[in-house]
Ligand binder design. Sequence first.
Ligand SMILES: C[S@@+](CC[C@H](N)C(=O)[O-])C[C@H]1O[C@@H](n2cnc3c(N)ncnc32)[C@H](O)[C@@H]1O
Length: 382
Amino acid sequence: MNHNTDVELGAAQLHRARELASQGQWGEAQPLCEAAARSAPDLPGVFEFLGDLQFRLELWEPAARSYLAAIARAPHNAVLFRKLGDLQRLCHDHEGAAESYRREAELAHAPLPAGGTDAAASYLELMKDCLTFLLWRASDGPLLELNARRPLVSFARMLRKIGLWRRTPPISVREFGMDWPAQALTMIGKKRLDNIQTCVERVLQDQIPGDLIEAGVWRGGATIFMRAILRAYGDAKRKVWVADSFRGLPRPDSDKYPVDRGYDLSMWRSLAVSAEEVRENFRRFDLLDHQVVFLEGWFADTLPVAPIDHLAVLRLDGDLYESTMDGLVHLYSKLSPGGFAIVDDYYSAPPCRQAVDDFRRANAIQEDIVRIDWSGAFWRKQ
Ligand SMILES: C[S@@+](CC[C@H](N)C(=O)[O-])C[C@H]1O[C@@H](n2cnc3c(N)ncnc32)[C@H](O)[C@@H]1O
């Protein structure tokens, strides 16, 4: 058998093992994962997952061997040292555990590897300032658009915005992503872009396998920034998936999703940005290439069939219960352990929060939710 066939076989075995494990069939998943590690020992995450399965099955020595094999392949991955430390502590190897936890802490605070230069850091700061229009002190102001279904209310709001606009909105509005900008390429603001940077840098540093995705991109700014981070760190393998209808939000289906009732943003033309316009926005920063993949259409249609193997960062920004739940149901199982789930509207859109809470409850997700700002939240998958 040639190398490529081995890798394909290993990937298929690992995929099946993950499926079995997600159904609680640890005993069946373990030998399959062992076979995957034999077929393709360099497959990202294979030894870590084998260790996780053996840990669950209380096969302590094999689990330790698997984590050590994983560490040999990814020596900067702090999560692996934590897992090894937990195992050693359970086996009363307190000295070994202390050493593993020390390595974990050291790596978690270590300076970033190659690519983390001053020039790269300055490039990323400049990107954030350009994408938010903060470089120009947010002087583009908020979008002005009449809502066709509620013209009077909308007109009154527009007048208020013009007042704000004349005075040029305070910088903090854009730092915290509190307006729909007239020209800036993202509405999520600087703090949530900082959070994307932290998460992507952490998965690069820890060598967590997988691509990056945002479901709900509008003008594309957050995904352009994801691609810029990969460029800054010289990562030529991971993809950035850009998922959107590119024609705005769906009308709420309140029979199927009652909590979406009253959250109808489908009539806002300014939320419908075409795929060609988003591609052009990538081009403006010289960031449109084979590592950027567009998924055009409603999440319910595109996400279940998207050819994504693993994700390291899953960012959801679809506002509605339906859109958030579609993202979680179809993508969360692809998020690697050590990867990040980011939800843009957790604190600002009740339907979105409800979807996250329902999904976490149904899937017994225990990881703590961390607040980013008045709107966004994230957690790191264990
Ligand atoms: C608030 S905007 C995203 C803002 C963006 N993340 C940024 O950086 O500025 C919401 C986007 O989600 C998309 N969207 C919402 N629900 C969707 C669905 N079910 N399927 C496809 N696209 C959806 C809309 O088209 C819109 O572009």
